[in-house]
Design a binder for this molecule. Structure first.
Ligand SMILES: Cc1ncc(COP(=O)(O)OP(=O)(O)O)c(N)n1
Ligand SMILES: Cc1nc(C(=O)O)sc1CCOP(=O)(O)O
Ligand SMILES: [Mg+2]
Length: 217
């Protein structure tokens, strides 16, 4: 068992939407915590460092209160500064082995692998706890993302780390990704833009709880 699968339940990997208003962002996330996502990633591509720290600290407090692991996107120094549970990095975010060395053994390290198997093997060799593949489906959040095949998820289970699917995931297309082997489904818009985000998040959790990847109930 890897640190990722030991410490994180299978289920919904929630990622925050872009939102400059911290109070509004915190309220949106707080409303989702009763659905008990497996993990929350703080992702913001536009605020300055001080703004991101303010948001990350506020969200981390709520996640700790709810027992939800908290991951910071891109920014290892921010993750260390606020004592987050880990960091997620992609091809523009630094060398994985160097990041692992700086992060220490205890914090979680997720790595984006896009549609590239070789990137996943290299990430695990360099100390990744989790590999993420995407985009599984066209994403409105990241329209330029390259398409990735669900078969990568199946193959990645043999790597012995957490396996995450991302990109354009909806409650309708999610069961196929669970069936393909994803431990978690990373989602932004299908949850945060749903009419009832908490109900939507609970429906994702149910995909895993039931053990029936063919049911969306
Ligand atoms: C769980 C998860 N998977 C993939 C990504 C994308 O990371 P990256 O390619 O570094 O792109 P940005 O998110 O930084 O724009 C992710 N954030 N989380
Ligand atoms: C941040 C991100 N990374 C992707 C990748 O393919 O690596 S797709 C993506 C956006 C995910 O948002 P949504 O659930 O709204 O599609
Ligand atoms: Mg990144």
């Amino acid at each position: 068992m890897s640190a990722w699968t030991e410490r994180l339940a299978d289920g919904l990997y929630l990622i925050t939407p872009e939102q400059a208003d911290t109070e509004a962002l915190v309220a949106r996330v707080e409303a989702l915590l009763p659905a008990r996502p497996a993990v929350l990633q703080y992702r913001n591509k536009t605020l300055d460092a001080a703004g991101r720290r303010t948001q990350a600290e506020a969200l981390l407090r709520r996640c700790r209160g709810a027992g939800v692991p908290f991951i910071v996107n891109d920014d290892l120094e921010l993750a260390l500064a606020i004592d987050a549970d880990g960091v997620h990095v992609g091809r523009d975010d630094g060398d994985v082995a160097a990041l692992r060395a700086r992060l220490g053994a205890q914090r979680l390290l997720g790595v984006s692998c896009y549609n590239e198997w070789s990137r996943a093997e290299a990430a695990v060799a360099a100390g990744a706890d989790c590999v993420a593949f995407g985009a599984m489906f066209p994403s409105t959040t990241k329209p330029g993302a390259v398409p990735a095949a669900p078969e990568l998820l199946t193959r990645a289970r043999a790597l012995g780390v957490g396996v995450v699917a991302i990109g354009g995931i909806t409650l309708e297309n999610a069961p196929a990704l669970v069936a393909a082997g994803a431990h978690q489904l990373a989602v932004i818009s299908d949850v945060f833009e749903a009419p009832d985000p908490c109900a939507r998040a609970r429906a994702y959790a149910a995909l895993f709880a039931s053990g029936d990847a063919c049911s969306t109930q």
